[in-house]
Design a protein. Sequence first.
Length: 462
Amino acid sequence: MGVATFNAYGNNLSNLVNARDNKNSLKQTIASIYAAGGTSPQKGLSIAQTNLANSKRTDVPQYVILFTDGAPSEDTDKNDSKEIARQLRESGITVYTVGLKLNDETSNWLSENIASTNCAFTAANVDELKVIFAKIQQTISQNIDIKNANIFDVIDPRFQLVGNDGNVITDEALKQGEIEVTGTNGKVGMAYYDEVNNTQAIRWTDQTIPNVNTGEWNTTITVKARDKYIGGNNVPTNVSPDSKITTGFGEAVLPQPKVNVKVDIATSNDDIWINSGETVPVDDTNIGNSKVFDIGNVVNSKGNVVYKYNESTKEFEKITKGDLTIQWYTDDQCTSETTKDKISKVKPDGRTDFFLKVGYDGGSATDESNTNTNGNKVGNSESNIGYAINDGKNGNDKECVTDFENCKKNKSEYGIYRIHVKYTLPETGGTGIYWYMAGGMLLMMVAAVAIYRKRYYEYMNK
């Protein structure tokens, strides 16, 4: 980038230099410009033409931006400016003109004689001027490759990077040192542990980002939800604004891709025997049976305790009863609701099952998160709730073991509390013993009479 001024004379304030390495000095040079008499645009255009002709960079597009607040002073200024602008355009250089508070005649003259096609702009005030220069900057940057760019992708704490061997990379491994990760297109990044965000990150250094006309920079890496994360919809996969591209032109924040993460929680089972006439036992927990579901330690299908993630504090937090939907049922279709208190009053007369359904609201999905996860989401069209799956455990006999394992195989969305009933004689001293005693004595008397009559007849026959 170079800077030249013009009034009645031309002044070369700065030859072409690398803008990234000389940003501060260029700002100081531009800040030192002041207004003086006369307007001879050809003086500045001529300096620009010479500097660009002497440029060692032949692999990038070239631009001239003519900024003026008035019409050329003389007809010769107009004619000379028109000729140099023609030479610039014919040599492949794009010429922009930016006018501040110009009349229509001057604006039209710049557009028709100096600027390249669609490259003439006029501002009525400083605010409009800022918009114009931002637009020109964007257009120019789109037409050149950006070299020596550094790209940082800070992974959201709910995820872990997957290494080249297909296994997740642990935080402990990254704290020991950086690990090479190869993405698509063969692009190699270095995974590291970001101490600021307390999470994993990956960077690619000295990258060339193609301009929009020749392609794009892209690569794909794989991340996996942490085992301790319960899951949810519309979850960002990186941290903003720390995920970014840094270049000599400044920084650009990377987008935050959103995905849906399957809710993974598990219910279990309980299989007990009680005596006939007894009520179903329940424990002191809010649920009534911590073996079927332990609210104090919500686990996933792997048996790992899971947590929710607080977006505000950026911390994992324990799951509480308020985070869950919990309901007991008396049928495996989960249509007939019951409660812990009602269960505690039941006196089964045979094998009886109760079914516990536990759900977690994963929040609303978006079109983006659905697209990024192939349409999979937590919940269904009616709700965003993901339900706990039976883990198939705690069967005490062959039948129960088979039933519970089938629940796991079928991914049943409930846990089972199974009660068997056993019938026993009353203990010695109980009131019921007298009935058994009386019955026994009556049987003995009947037997004695029968034997007496038989022997009497035998004797009489003799």
